[in-house]
Design a protein around this ligand. Sequence first.
Ligand SMILES: Nc1nc2c(c(=O)[nH]1)N[C@H]1C(S)=C(S)[C@@H](COP(=O)(O)OP(=O)(O)OC[C@H]3O[C@@H](n4cnc5c(=O)[nH]c(N)nc54)[C@H](O)[C@@H]3O)O[C@H]1N2
Ligand SMILES: Nc1nc2c(c(=O)[nH]1)N[C@H]1C(S)=C(S)[C@@H](COP(=O)(O)OP(=O)(O)OC[C@H]3O[C@@H](n4cnc5c(=O)[nH]c(N)nc54)[C@H](O)[C@@H]3O)O[C@H]1N2
Ligand code: SF4
Ligand SMILES: [Mo]
Length: 856
Amino acid sequence: MEIKRRDFLKITAAAGAVAAVGLPKLNAFAAGHDAKAGNAPKGEWLPSTCQGCTAWCPVEFYVQEGRIVKVRGNQLSKANNGYCCPRGHLMIQQTYDPDRIKVPMKRTNPQKGKGIDPRFVPISWDEALDTIADKMIELRKTGHPEKLTYMRGRYSPTSTDLLYGTLPKIYGTGNYFSHSAICAEAEKMGPGYTQGFFGYRDYDMAKTKCLVAWGCDPLSSNRQVPNAINKLGDIFDRGTVIVVDPRLSSIAAKANEWLPIKPGEDGALASAIAHLLLTEGLWSREFVGDFKDGKNLFKAGATVDEAAFAEKQTYGIVKYWNIELKDKTPAWAAKKTLIPAEQIIKVARAMGKAGSACAVWMGPGVAMTPRGTYASMAVYALNGILGSIETEGGVFQSSSAPGTKFPEIKDIFIDELAKKGSKGKKLDGRGAKDMPAIMGGFDSKKDKDGKVTESAKANVVTNAVADGILKDPAACQIFISTWSNFNFSATGAQRWDKAMAKVPFFVHMVTNASEMTQFADIVLPATFAPTEKLSVISNMANLHGHLSIQQQVAKPLWNVKAEETEVMWLLAEKLKARGFANQYDYYASFEDPETKQKPTNAAQFCEIAAKISSQKAWNGKEKLKGDKLSSWAEFKKKGIYNTETYAYKKNWGKFKTVTHKFEFYSETLKKTLTLFAAKHKTSIDDILKASGYEAQGELVFVPHYESPKRHGSEKEYPFTFIDHKSRLNREGRSANTVWYQEFKKVDVGDKSWDDVAKINPLDAKKLGIKDGDTIRLTSTTGSITCKARLWEGVRQGTVAKCYGQGHWAYGRVAAKEYGKTPLGGNNNELMPSDFDRLSGATARNGGFTGVKIEKA
Ligand SMILES: Nc1nc2c(c(=O)[nH]1)N[C@H]1C(S)=C(S)[C@@H](COP(=O)(O)OP(=O)(O)OC[C@H]3O[C@@H](n4cnc5c(=O)[nH]c(N)nc54)[C@H](O)[C@@H]3O)O[C@H]1N2
Ligand SMILES: Nc1nc2c(c(=O)[nH]1)N[C@H]1C(S)=C(S)[C@@H](COP(=O)(O)OP(=O)(O)OC[C@H]3O[C@@H](n4cnc5c(=O)[nH]c(N)nc54)[C@H](O)[C@@H]3O)O[C@H]1N2
Ligand code: SF4
Ligand SMILES: [Mo]
């Protein structure tokens, strides 16, 4: 007898209900004090926001007698339907981590380097901020404020403006950098240069008939795990789940079709699927249009006359066919991708059948690769061909929540020195001929006389800052960084160890003394954002945008402060006392939207800032179609404002591209590159070549296949390295909790309390390696040691390893020996620093790292 999956679940659920009679209700906590639980103290659920990953989930903490004991999703959230993911629970251990930085500290060992004891000693907040202010004033006196560098790692989307958006501008440095280029910027190139939307997408999972998870695992990571876990099951009932990933991920293990692609060959697969969708007539007539006489002229190998096709919401489908797709058959792609042609055809047909209810969910595995811009465009373009842009079951631009910006930083707050300092060349080398970093397209500015100046945007190149410092150490005299750990999180991590050792004065504002902190001169203990910091977080999922409060849910045990608000206010006071009042004067000009009062201390400033940024959601003055809230107090109590549901086809006819269409032939990229090449007085082809791409001529402007790049010869480094996120990684921040270590085995193929490289058993046999052996992985950049895990979830010739372990600092749990010996090995010491140069993003995926494996 065959029981359908759904029926099976119904049967087991019914059986479960019987068995559960007499047991405590699963939601016992929700009721608060439960008589049956004995003398359990009364508690309450308090809302805040998790920032363990970029889902930024609205959550609630159950607090008993001032202690956090449990976590769940905010019951009012439409993004996560009241659930949090497994990582959400780790927040309790992160809050109460005994290895947290408890007070400000200063370094007493002038020597800096990996493994060198900083000999930190405790100091007061006053002494710490006095020291920083003195150094900052001293540097300004030399006339070179641009020698101060600020880098943010993770941040709050609103209060970051009070540090990242304010301090550099008023103090006078153009050297401020976000971590975003080591995050997922290349992913934005696909939707950006086709649809004019340089951002992360949302998905109508409740209606999707075919989900293609391509280079990501929405059940374990990516940007809306609770919603993905919640909705995936039903997609199987409606249609097909297809996964393109060289490694057997959680979602691949559940999928109807798993395509274990050869790393870095995603562009080939995308082009072949597009080829098949066109030759078999499976494109969207409503979105793309049709041949004028209704006859499909897309025949393999044959060029098509552009005049024969009438497009609707798109631009350049025939050019795309002629320039890239006509010869990219499934048989051609099968050789590149090692996916059988039959399977390519089968999945392309399933996608075509679902049509505009097929969502291609593209992730970093496609894009965060050398030359990733074009793979990102190629995979994303499938949504255009299928017409699943903003349709039922399709792919969406982010729904924005109604935030309010802080008051403008007027000219009176920016002195001449600051103006001069902000203008200089940036340490990250963005905009050089071989580093276009044009994520975002081009800018168009009109001056007073109506004259328009256009220029290509220059985006951040986070990982090149280390190179900038190494090239010219004198250019960085003061380095301030928050919520970051680039010595661990950035590829070619060894460069950061060298660079940070050269910085004469480094201030780190973090919760734990991780790898980067080992180089600090002053350490400032930061609030653990989700449980101790007041801010407002905005995001979207499940076709809703939201504003979610982040607040202190229990009194912090240690002397911690919020970096973007409290610390900035206190620092501004110190600078004012030294005769530089601009930052203070700017902050002091803020006004409480309810009481109209101006801040007079750090706590007031912090609260006023949160009120300003969230006011539209609760002031009753705006006509909003989402939740109804009537005061700041109500917003704080409920913790969330949800917008109305995102409307279908909202941007059809007005995409932010040059043509306002979905561009298969990107006039937007052409224009941006034309502006960029003109600035360098050279040709577009020359720029592409200098930046390491293969395309020349017209191919540059269409999504297309570029072959994968590899560091290390196949002979010396025969294995291709696959990096992926852990289901329990809260970015780089959870490895010092025992729950992370204890439950590490939830990563398919991994082991608890250990760090493993997953090797195909046939390869292991050839190498004479057994399961559990200690092995050494070596690349052109470095070596790491970990355990071997024999696992059939990777192809022969590849080796997969989770990112997250390998800490040599951070705390007693994360490191084998704090400050000295890592637990396992850090993938970023193996992966060389390389880029997708058109976006400036760091490469991590696409199998660009060749490694050799030896018994250690
Ligand atoms: N190999 C590999 N490398 C990766 C990735 C990968 O998948 N593989 N992922 C990349 C991605 S997508 C990203 S976004 C980056 C992230 O990398 P980074 O931006 O460097 O951030 P984290 O490593 O998460 O930051 C850790 C630091 O934050 C501090 N910290 C923890 N919680 C808080 C807090 O609430 N407030 C403050 N102020 N500090 C806190 C800790 O002390 C620690 O020093 O890593 C990237 N690196
Ligand atoms: N659990 C967890 N979730 C997170 C985070 C976290 O730290 N932990 N961080 C958040 C952040 S900051 C970000 S930026 C997002 C985005 O990040 P995610 O979407 O979580 O992506 P990664 O795991 O970095 O992407 C790598 C994926 O691509 C696969 N891959 C590697 N090489 C290739 C290839 O050549 N082709 C294909 N098709 N696939 C390949 C890997 O096996 C892996 O599944 O995730 C967020 N979600
Ligand atoms: S870790 Fe991410 S998905 Fe999980 S609860 Fe936190 S924000 Fe949500
Ligand atoms: Mo990220």
